[in-house]
Design a protein around this ligand. Structure first.
Ligand SMILES: C[S@@+](CC[C@H](N)C(=O)[O-])C[C@H]1O[C@@H](n2cnc3c(N)ncnc32)[C@H](O)[C@@H]1O
Length: 225
């Protein structure tokens, strides 16, 4: 069973019960299911919930601190994307793997005040087509598509984040950390090239029924190249 650093182990076991069999293969064409309470599910997995709005706003503030060109990975309900668009930025590149959500992203891109470049696919396949040292800010928020990625699906992105950021550029992400960055997390950041590592704490109104987070705080990473 994957280790759980923060929060309750139930968030791991409940997702294992939902199932990861061929999840990545099925993900792009799977139906995106939205409910009246602002939740998004795919193949039974709790992908995104509206209570995260203030956390998404905080992540957008960090990613957009330098303005310029912003890379976002994972569109979901488009909450962080909307928050990014409220900032003075030049360009917003968004990568999304699921086709239903990608079609929402295309609608979003038509009405957005700042230029949006929408890319369909898994970030793992798409980032090699992006120019190194070309982003002022990055916001990473995807979803674990294998059991081993639960609570650490951001780790594999760190070396790519380092490569894609301009010097002075800032990366942030859904951290899966309650109140500090744990040793394995810091190690992954440092091994990827990051030395300027900071964070703040965000207060959350996590509903008791949430299947993927059970704490009332989450770390907002502020990682500068
Ligand atoms: C948690 S949601 C993003 C929530 C978003 N930040 C918001 O504010 O609504 C995760 C999104 O990442 C997408 N996703 C999951 N794995 C991905 C991957 N490997 N590459 C690209 N998109 C991925 C999912 O389809 C989903 O739309």
């Amino acid at each position: 069973m994957p280790s759980k650093k923060n929060g309750a182990p139930e968030t791991v076991t409940s997702r294992i019960e939902i199932g990861f069999n061929d999840l990545k293969e099925k993900w792009p064409q799977a139906e995106a299911e939205y409910d009246d309470y602002g939740s998004l599910k795919i193949l039974g997995h709790p992908v995104m919930e509206k209570w995260e709005t203030n956390y998404m706003a905080a992540l957008a503030n960090v990613a957009c601190k330098n303005g310029g060109t912003i890379l976002e990975l994972g569109f979901g309900l488009g909450i962080s994307a909307s928050m990014i668009q409220r900032h003075r930025i030049e360009k917003h590149v968004i990568i999304e793997a699921n086709y239903d959500i990608f079609s929402e992203l295309l609608k979003f891109s038509r009405d957005a005040p700042n230029q949006v470049i929408a890319i369909q696919g898994f970030w793992e396949n798409c980032v090699k087509h992006l120019a190194p040292n070309s982003f002022d800010g990055i916001l990473f928020d995807t979803y674990p598509l294998t059991e081993s990625e639960i609570h650490k699906n951001h780790f594999a992105f760190f070396p790519y984040g380092y490569k894609l950021l301009k010097t002075g550029g800032i990366m942030t992400y859904y951290s899966d950390e309650k109140e500090s960055l744990q040793a394995d997390h810091l190690e992954m950041l440092r091994a990827s090239g990051f030395n300027n590592i900071d964070y703040e704490i965000c207060e959350l109104e996590t509903p008791d029924a949430c299947q993927y987070w059970q704490d009332k705080t989450m770390v907002i990473p502020i990682i500068q190249k």
